[in-house]
Design a protein around this ligand. Structure first.
Ligand code: ADP
Length: 469
């Protein structure tokens, strides 16, 4: 009862134009979906009734029921064309549903009353059971519009009472008679039907409220994401422009273009340059991440040769490897190993895997890049002999701003964004990324893509792979 009161208190929402549209549509969609089930029950009832009762009057009543069903179908079609925006049309449809409900419930009631009046006395088991089934059906499937449901049930209740009182009026039996017992049983069943209808209605109402809440939540999340992404884009852009000019000026000073730099100042300028570059890399990562998440990165898919791709990435990273005292070896693929992808983004993927492999290796080590085919896939793997990754660290490795070793004693710097961006780019190519690693032994990161078959031209920038080993 409490729940009913609370729901009743919120009834303002039920009849708001939007709420009503949803209810009307839900009502008609369900009515339409169950149309054959209803027709089958009506036909079965009509055949039974025609066999055991007067066939002519039964068929007339059945025909009336079918006419109201056809009206329902016609109404359903008109409502499907309604976009829910015109409230006048909404009210018109509602009135038609109400009218049709009166007609249909009356036709069904007439159908069962016709049977009841033909029975000489007592029982009325068959018509009452038909009416009971019709009421349960309505309670279960018409709960979207409580007014319409109540209208139908009221007409059924009148039919119930009519049948119950039929023999009371006919025979004026004493209160101890079975006829009165049947009458009171009908009252009990009526209460049961009303109780059940209320429960179905509350259930539907609860689901509607839940959906509304989820939709609102979803809208809020979308709005928050939008704000976050705009904030990131603005901040990153605003930082990038002055930082580029700071780095440019520093370079001029460091290169002695503006005059001799005193030895005492050189290390300080070096630190400023290094940190400036780190900051620039972070901003680039943030911008990339924001664009990927907002779906703003348009990939230019073309056939790309796996060997050429690795060659380009290795060339660009050789200086960094030399500075760290590491060597890079490549094992090219000897077959046709082309894939469809955005070359510059794939180079970015390779650069990230390579710079990580170098960053987490010890001086004197070798990083090996292998390109190979695996049936209809191409795998590019980057193997290092570095510190390795402990078990169960996948989330931290591929997460945002997350690092396996996030302690203050960490030797190598980084933003913790590189592999997250890499994973997103690989996935946008329909590829996979993963790694195998053992602590203190080394790691192998690999990416896999569909192999391109057919006679597509190679990306014109592709070059044959030179073995750097
Ligand atoms: P970053 O390198 O900027 O910290 P990444 O997203 O590229 O961020 O990498 C996330 C983390 O995964 C790294 O901080 C490191 O802990 C781990 N990792 C990545 N590549 C390697 C590797 N080759 N060897 C050991 N650890 C690695």
């Amino acid at each position: 009862m409490k729940a009913l009161k609370a729901t009743w208190a919120a009834r303002g929402n039920w009849f708001s134009p939007k709420g009503r549209e949803k209810r009307i549509k839900d009502y008609l969609i369900l009515a339409n979906r169950l149309v054959w089930q209803r027709q089958a029950s009506f036909l079965a009832a009509a055949v039974l009734a025609a066999f055991y009762f007067d066939p002519i009057s039964t068929l007339i009543c059945y025909a009336l029921v079918v006419v109201t069903e056809l009206l329902d179908e016609f109404l359903g079609r008109r409502t499907r064309a309604w976009d829910g925006n015109d409230p006048v049309e909404g009210r018109r449809i509602f009135r038609r549903i109400a009218l049709n409900t009166v007609l249909s419930a009356s036709a069904i009631s007439l159908f069962v009353i016709n049977m009841a009046v033909q029975q000489p006395s007592g029982g009325h088991f068959t018509p009452l059971f038909f009416l009971f089934s019709a009421s349960v059906f309505a309670a279960m499937y018409n709960s979207q519009m409580i007014g319409i449901l109540l209208l139908r049930l009221s007409i059924y209740a009148l039919a119930f009472l009519f049948i119950g009182l039929l023999d009371v009026v006919r025979f004026f039996p004493p209160i101890t008679s079975h006829i009165w017992l049947e009458f009171f049983t009908i009252i009990f069943v009526l209460y049961f039907i009303i109780d059940m209808s209320v429960k179905f209605f509350l259930n539907y109402q609860y689901r509607l409220d839940q959906m509304k809440r989820m939709r609102a939540e979803n809208e809020r999340t979308k709005a928050a994401l939008e704000v976050k992404s705009q904030f990131l884009a603005t901040v990153s852009h605003e930082l990038r422009t002055p930082l580029t000019s700071i780095l440019g000026s520093l370079e001029l000073v460091n290169n002695g273009v503006l005059g001799e730099v005193p030895d005492k100042v050189k290390p300080v300028l070096g630190i400023a340059g290094k940190n400036g570059r780190r900051l620039a890399a972070l901003i680039e990562d943030l911008l990339d991440l924001q664009k990927l998440e907002a779906g703003e990165i348009a990939l230019d898919f073309k056939p790309v040769d796996g060997n050429g791709l690795v060659n380009e990435a290795v060339e660009s990273i050789t200086g960094y490897a030399d500075r760290l005292g590491l060597s890079v070896a490549t094992i090219p693929c000897l077959e046709d190993c082309r894939l469809l992808g955005d070359r510059s983004r794939l180079v970015q993927v390779m650069n990230n895997l390579l710079s990580n492999a170098l960053k987490f290796s010890d001086k004197g080590g070798t990083v090996t890049v292998r390109v190979e085919t695996r049936s209809d896939r191409i795998r590019i793997s980057v193997h290092d002999e570095g510190m390795g990754i402990p078990e169960g660290a996948e989330e931290r490795v591929f997460g945002k701003f997350s690092q396996v070793d996030s302690s203050d004693e960490r030797k190598v710097g980084g933003t913790g964004l590189g592999l997250n961006i890499t994973k997103q780019i690989v996935e946008r190519h329909g590829g996979d990324i993963g790694y195998v690693s053992a602590l203190g032994v080394g790691s192998t990161f690999y990416v896999e893509f569909d192999r391109l078959t057919g006679s597509d031209d190679l990306d014109e920038d592709a070059e044959p792979l030179a073995d750097v080993a």
